[in-house]
Design a protein around this ligand. Structure first.
Ligand code: SF4
Length: 196
């Protein structure tokens, strides 16, 4: 069980708003209520897919998601951006690894409101453990999901820091604090295992 008290304290100190929900359903209900009549882009995220947010938010917002066929570039200038993380440290660092870079770029700049939706499995005690998780658990699982010809996808046990042309890990972004240009950055914690 993550130390939610420590995590919330550290995230708040770093400028984030923190909300916690027992179930994915309750978190989805919350996001559906606060994101209304605006433009929303989705980062590639199994967690967001599991929450079934795209059809729900599309009913009353303009939603863009490259997983649904929209162009990545069109999602760079929406009011709201949704993502998850590959690792979240109880000390407050948010860690994401990306391939194309649109997801990590959007968590840094260009959107007024950013929501990170994070299952309990993404939380690690400190920065080193969260980075280890992002590299050795999340990335190999994503490589397997994408059916990449990489050593991690074949063996499924850890990162091999590969030189494969199909390597999915090309950028690492660590958020230390809420970026200056973003009005609101919320961490939506869910007491369930979600995503990779
Ligand atoms: S760097 Fe290569 S081996 Fe490591 S997780 Fe990424 S794709 Fe897999």
């Amino acid at each position: 069980m993550p130390n939610y008290e420590k995590l919330t304290e550290n995230l708040t100190r770093r400028g984030y708003t923190v909300r916690r929900f027992p179930t994915a359903r309750q978190a989805a209900d919350y996001l559906d209520s606060v994101i209304d009549q605006t433009s929303v882009a989705f980062g590639g995220s199994v967690t967001l897919d599991q929450l079934d947010l795209y059809p729900r938010l599309s009913a009353h917002n303009r939603c863009l998601w490259h997983w649904k066929g929209d162009d990545r570039m069109d999602g760079m200038q929406t009011e709201v951006y949704l993502s998850s993380v590959n690792g979240l440290a109880e000390t407050g660092e948010l860690i994401n690894i990306d391939g194309a870079g649109n997801r990590v770029a959007s968590t840094l700049f260009g959107h007024k409101r950013v929501y990170f939706v994070v299952g309990a499995n993404k939380i690690a005690p400190d920065y080193d453990a969260a980075l280890w998780r992002a590299r050795n658990i999340a990335a190999p699982k994503n490589a397997q999901r994408l059916k990449r010809k990489t050593p991690c996808a074949v063996k499924g046990d850890r990162c091999y820091d590969c030189s494969s042309p199909e390597r999915i890990c090309r950028e690492l972004v660590v958020l230390w604090n809420k970026p200056m240009g973003v009005d609101t950055m919320e961490i939506v914690l869910i007491d369930q295992d979600l995503g990779m």
